[in-house]
Design a protein. Sequence first.
Length: 164
Amino acid sequence: MAAKNSLEHSFNKHDHSQCVDQVMDAADSYCAANGLRFTPVRRKVLELLLEEHRALGAYKIMELLGDAGFGTQPPVAYRALDFLVEHGFAHKIERLNAFVACVHPGEKYSPIFMICRSCQSVAEVHASLESGILGEAARANNFLIDKVTIEAEGICPSCKDRAE
């Protein structure tokens, strides 16, 4: 499993090759253990999503697949993205209509996405469904939360530093 990143770690400089290796290893292990085909196209799409901590739209992914020698038809990219999202290797960022690699594959949690409105970089952090205002509201209403995704928009540290 990938190591849990703090918000600072996700936005600030870090050993990015280590996160890429951890997520790719987790994807390989998960697919092998569950009898799933981690095809070259699926693998490449995940690699593309991992290359940067920013969301990529499907058309950008198709362009990058073409640059890498893969098919550029929409079904190729969308099937790979559907597989990655279904199995927890990627998330769709609704606000941007784009996708990011999951930094915690195989773990059960609700993500909070911090999206930089300037550079489109995305940090992913864990949210606890049991604590905080959501957990309190759910308990007060005898409601069982299955899944929550929060997307917060703002300015990342790099863009904030450039603006000052």
